[in-house]
Ligand binder design. Structure first.
Ligand code: F6R
Length: 628
């Protein structure tokens, strides 16, 4: 989720790149940097943190050249410090990169053997080394890039410059977007359209495995074998609303793409990185819950939370819609780690069914908006019974956030699309941390388990990025899906609520009939629905229930259903059983839901988009349901 801008032209590259990066800052703001030609060299300036920090360093500087590249980073490999900030330079070669080089460990080992020295922990720096080494054999920048591309496995978009040919930029990509804007004797190349449109509306979209050789007054496109590709520029129309959408056609799509960061932001305040352990911050039992986290006595606060959690003998999770499905995942997580009995309810039922709330119960209410009327009413009812309450909200100081005894924030950032996406994954991440916290409070969590869990959670955003990079496969599957009369989404265990969420997304966005089912329930009724007009979307990751889920898939297949399966890694068996097999990175069972939901959201998005629906504002729905 990094942002990239490059410029060749008569304007000040520093200004153009800075303004461009500013519009892309939502993509990442761990660090930023630029490299601009100054005399014979590319002068590189980088800063940790937001773009303002970089600007403070270069605002007064002037650069003599007319070419530069810049980057705003969202860390995947290597912590967000200045050394890991882009651009990365190796002698005369400088690059910026968005994406993940999956075979970086292999490449790094190989480069180390031949004496390369690394100045960062990133996968990106390797690309600069590879290009530089190639150029040592007398090749130009473009030729070197052609040699390096076949060596890279993963998703990437890259800009490269060299002091040996300082008047050119080479851009290439596989996965994340890259566009070249062609102005009057100037070129702007960027990861997003909004960095380009202030200068020109004539734009070329690079396809995967294409290379652009860019000079101030010309651009040539080639495939990775160097064969010229004829491209026709597009004239883009642009308005303020599109700027706010960050170049995405819909807020929802933007929010889907923001999910890796949403997860990182949700867990960041609550993790002790040094010890790889959970330490919830600012839950607020027994202290003012709005205390500024930076002023908080973290240890005292955490001890209070642990002491409150240690009393808990029963948990009720109450929410609506997508938040309710997140709560169901919470149930699986908490019960499995802690053995504390958990009940999950939709708020509209819970509030009227006179639930029995035993002593030492904790109610967890989940609400993105913090204003959902049924959830708020359920919270108020339970508060009267004297039970302890904890909210998980995205909107700070919303009614539910204010009224619950303790709170956690999703920290997903503003969610505009009516269909909830990033708030869902943030909540799943928080339930992982809550489950670990209850485990600690009850003394039933082993340190090694906790450390592994935290490591996996910290790695989840990068895995989510990988899933997003393969959106085009979800789009293809979406194209077939729109012809079907009905949909059954199925899964087992922790994947079952994800099936429910996938079906909800399709219903609300595409207005198509979709049901979520526990896969084991299929033979108790829904199997009768299956024929060749029915699509079956099966969550089938490699977990302990894999074989059982696979049998359910065979049953559906035998009745003629069109199968879309979502599994982990290379799974030929599953692939052979499916019209579309959507492969996710291999991960542990508690991380799987964070990955699985992305293809389901994108499937629903693509079907709805192809049907011409307003994805951000589906008919009959509203973002915050403040009425019963
Ligand atoms: C579905 C969706 C809704 C909400 C539900 C609860 O995409 O957005 O189902 O999840 O209305 O809303 P909150 O979380 O604001 O209480």
């Amino acid at each position: 989720m990094c942002g990239i801008v490059g410029y060749l032209g008569e304007k000040d590259p520093k200004e153009v790149i800075y303004k461009g990066l500013k519009t892309l800052e939502y993509r990442g703001y761990d660090s930023a940097g630029m490299a601009i030609l100054d005399g014979e060299h590319f002068r590189r300036v980088r800063a940790q943190g937001k773009l303002n920090n970089l600007w403070a360093k270069i605002e007064k500087d002037s650069f003599s050249g007319s070419v530069g590249i810049g980057h705003t980073r969202w860390a995947t490999h290597g912590i967000p410090n200045e050394a890991n900030a882009h651009p990365h330079a190796v002698e005369t070669v400088t690059i910026v990169h968005n994406g993940i080089i999956e075979n970086y460990q292999e490449l790094k080992a190989e480069l180390a053997k031949t004496g390369s020295k690394f100045s960062s922990d990133t996968d990106s720096e390797l690309v600069a080394h590879l290009i530089y080494n190639q150029m040592q054999s007398g090749q130009g920048l473009l030729e070197a890039v052609f040699e390096v591309i076949p060596r890279l496995i993963g998703a990437y978009s890259i800009l490269a410059v060299s002091e040996d040919s300082p008047d050119e930029v080479v851009a290439f990509k596989n996965g994340p977007p890259l566009l070249v804007g062609m102005g009057e004797n100037e070129m702007v190349v960027a990861s997003d359209i909004q960095a380009i449109v202030p200068y020109t509306q004539t734009v070329f979209y690079l396809e995967d495995n294409e290379v652009a050789h860019i000079k101030q007054d010309s651009v040539k496109f080639m495939d990775t074998a160097g064969v010229a590709v004829k491209k026709v520029p597009e004239e883009v129309e642009w308005n303020q609303e599109q700027v706010e959408k960050g170049g995405y056609p819909y807020f929802m799509l933007k929010e889907i793409y923001e999910q890796p960061r949403a997860v990182a932001q949700a867990i960041e305040p609550h993790i002790d990185l040094k010890n790889k352990s959970v330490r919830l911050a600012g839950v607020g039992f027994g202290i003012d819950k709005y205390e500024d986290l930076s002023k908080l006595d973290r240890d005292a606060d955490w001890q209070k939370t642990l002491s409150a959690f240690s009393q808990v003998e029963r948990i009720f999770i109450v929410a609506c819609g997508t938040s309710y499905y997140a709560g169901m995942v919470g149930e699986y997580l908490i019960e499995r780690i802690t053995g504390i009995p958990v009940e999950v309810d939709v708020a509209s039922e819970f509030r009227y069914r006179h639930p029995v709330i035993p002593k030492n119960s904790l109610m967890i209410v989940v609400s993105q908006s913090g204003e959902t009327a049924d959830t708020l009413a359920a919270l108020r009812n339970v508060k009267k019974s004297g039970a302890m309450t904890l909210s998980i909200c995205n909107v700070s100081r919303s009614s539910i956030d204010r009224e619950a005894d303790g709170h956690l924030y999703m920290n997903a950032g503003v969610e505009v699309g009516v269909a909830s996406t990033k708030a869902f994954v943030s909540t799943l991440a928080l339930f992982n941390l809550l489950a670990l916290s209850f485990g600690k409070a009850k003394g039933c969590l082993e340190t090694a388990t906790e450390q592994q869990w935290i490591e996996d959670l910290l790695g989840a955003p990068a895995q989510m990025e990988k899933v997003l990079a393969y959106d085009k496969y979800f789009d293809e599957a979406g194209n077939d899906l729109k012809e079907y009369k009905g949909f059954l989404y199925m899964g087992r265990g922790v994947n079952y609520p994800i099936a429910l969420e996938g079906a909800l997304k399709l219903k609300e966005l595409a207005y198509m009939h979709a049901e979520g089912y526990a896969a084991g329930e299929m033979k108790h009724g829904p199997l009768a629905l299956i024929d060749n007009k029915m699509a079956v979307v099966m969550m089938c990751p490699q977990d302990e229930l894999y074989e059982k889920t696979f049998s359910n898939l065979e049953e559906a297949r035998a009745r003629g259903g069109m199968v879309i399966s979502i599994g982990s890694g290379v799974d030929e068996k599953l692939k052979n059983m499916s019209e579309h097999y959507l492969s996710l990175p291999e991960s542990r069972w508690y991380v799987n839901p964070l990955l699985e939901v992305i293809p389901l959201q994108l499937l629903a998005y693509h079907v709805a988009h192809r049907l011409g629906h307003d994805v951000d504002q589906p008919r009959n729905l509203a973002k915050s349901v403040t009425v019963e």
